[in-house]
Design a binder for this molecule. Structure first.
Ligand SMILES: Nc1ncnc2c1ncn2[C@@H]1O[C@H](COP(=O)(O)OP(=O)(O)OP(=O)(O)O)[C@@H](O)[C@H]1O
Ligand SMILES: C[S@@+](CC[C@H](N)C(=O)[O-])C[C@H]1O[C@@H](n2cnc3c(N)ncnc32)[C@H](O)[C@@H]1O
Ligand SMILES: [Mg+2]
Length: 389
């Protein structure tokens, strides 16, 4: 067998996966982490397989394959996962490395990152963009890789799975999964959204990024673990209203159970305050207060403005509030006063004092109270001027 020591000699996992490849592979095939080329060869032998691209991160593996495998249907390429790949496939095969690096074997054929699942995670986060709408992924992985983690990556990436088989070898179970794009992902792709990638999971929302009409967007949908009701609809409704007042990222599309809005490539408010000079800080804080004042005037409460560290982004000198899921009408909205609380809190207070921007806690409390009793433009200005010396 292999004369290159970094070629993975086919084991039970390889031959078992090979059987599934023989059954399911079709069309244009990508064999990720080809090793000995066993999966690529199995796929190429099928009459319904048009071509196979066999990829491996290790140069030695690719050299070995080029020398030893002569099959007109198979092309070889060195690439770190999808790094150098530019096309889409009907079938993607992956028998990944999955052992934790703690074992310090320094062996890319079997080590899948520090925890063991990093290569699989990266693969699943990218795979969709290289898979046709009706495409399939045939993947093996071990119980040593923390199955819960892998299940999470699959779900986060809008994939459905079928467990084809489970094989017990010594002290581990090997799973064989067939993955397909779920209906939601297909729906988004049909709307013209491309490059969809898992972005973040909040308590209530599950977020993806993508590209829509050439701009970077966020897709927000419900986190299935959340029991909250109607938050997505509420947020989309408010974004639409507030956009007319030039507040919030632009809402681009709202459909059943999800909405699409502009991605803000900016700094979170605390990071912005830390790196900006006194003049920049003064400008931004004033702009934030102006937006909050508009909300107060319209009797709209955004909520959570006493701790907006993850809810205000600053891009090109403009602040963008995000996350309007709890926004509602209120007789006594607290946007401005809550933001005052934030500016007086420990970490912010210190930043402002260091930049010599700060008027002092006592006067802010006094003036915030006056504003609270009478939320007028004049009281707001006095308050802002006392904060920003
Ligand atoms: N339009 C956007 N542009 C850039 N980043 C965004 C945008 N929308 C959301 N994010 C990022 O995604 C994270 C989660 O978004 P959001 O707060 O709306 O979700 P959530 O599920 O309501 O979260 P939480 O449970 O923490 O309230 C934000 O903290 C921010 O980092
Ligand atoms: C467990 S072996 C599987 C080999 C073969 N496909 C099989 O089924 O026997 C994993 C293969 O993935 C390759 N690999 C590891 N990390 C990779 C990465 N980031 N990109 C591409 N290939 C990678 C390794 O070099 C190795 O050949
Ligand atoms: Mg939220």
């Amino acid at each position: 067998m292999p004369n290159c020591k970094s070629v993975y000699e086919p084991r039970e996992d390889s031959t078992m996966l090979e059987a599934w490849v023989k059954k399911y592979a079709f069309g244009k095939v990508l064999d990720m982490g080809t090793g000995s080329g066993i999966q690529a060869i199995a796929a190429a032998q099928k009459s319904n397989v048009k071509s196979v691209l066999a990829v491996d991160v290790q140069r030695g593996v690719i050299e070995y394959c080029r020398k030893n495998i002569k099959n007109k249907k198979i092309k070889f390429m060195q690439s770190d996962l999808f790094g150098r790949i530019k096309e889409k496939f009907n079938t993607i095969i992956f028998n990944p490395p999955y052992l934790p690096q703690e074992l310090k074997l320094k062996d890319l054929t079997i080590e899948g990152g520090k925890k063991g699942y990093e290569v699989i995670e990266k693969f699943l986060n990218e795979a969709n963009n290289f898979l046709n709408s009706d495409g399939i992924i045939l993947m093996a992985f071990s119980s040593l890789t923390m199955k819960d983690k892998v299940d999470g990556f699959i779900k986060n990436n809008m994939l459905d799975f079928e467990e084809l088989d489970k094989m017990h070898i010594f002290f581990e179970d090997i799973y064989f999964f067939l993955l397909t794009k779920n209906e939601f992902l297909k729906k988004l792709e049909n709307k013209g959204i491309s490059g969809i990638k898992y972005f973040a999971k909040g308590h209530r929302g599950l977020l993806f990024t993508g590209t829509y009409k050439k701009i970077k967007i966020v897709i927000k949908t419900k986190n299935s673990e959340s029991t909250a009701y109607g938050r997505i609809e509420n947020e989309a409704k408010w974004l639409k209203k507030l956009n007319r007042l030039k507040i919030g990222p632009k809402l681009l599309l709202f459909d059943n159970g999800y909405f699409i809005y502009e991605f803000i490539a900016g700094d979170f408010i605390l990071d912005y305050l830390k790196k900006s000079d006194a003049k920049g800080i003064r400008k931004i804080i004033r702009k934030i207060f102006n937006q909050l004042f508009i909300l107060d005037k319209l009797k709209i409460d955004k909520e959570e403005m006493h701790h907006p560290v993850k809810h205000i982004l600053v891009r090109k000198g403009k602040p963008y509030m995000i996350d309007f899921e709890r926004t509602h009408y209120s007789q006594k909205p607290k946007n401005v006063t809550q933001f005052c609380q934030f500016l007086m809190s420990g970490s912010v207070n210190e930043i402002l004092r260091n930049k010599k921007n700060y008027g002092g806690k006592n006067s802010i409390i006094q003036l915030a109270k006056i504003y609270k009793n009478e939320p007028s433009n004049c009281n707001l200005n006095t308050l802002i001027n006392s904060i920003l010396k």
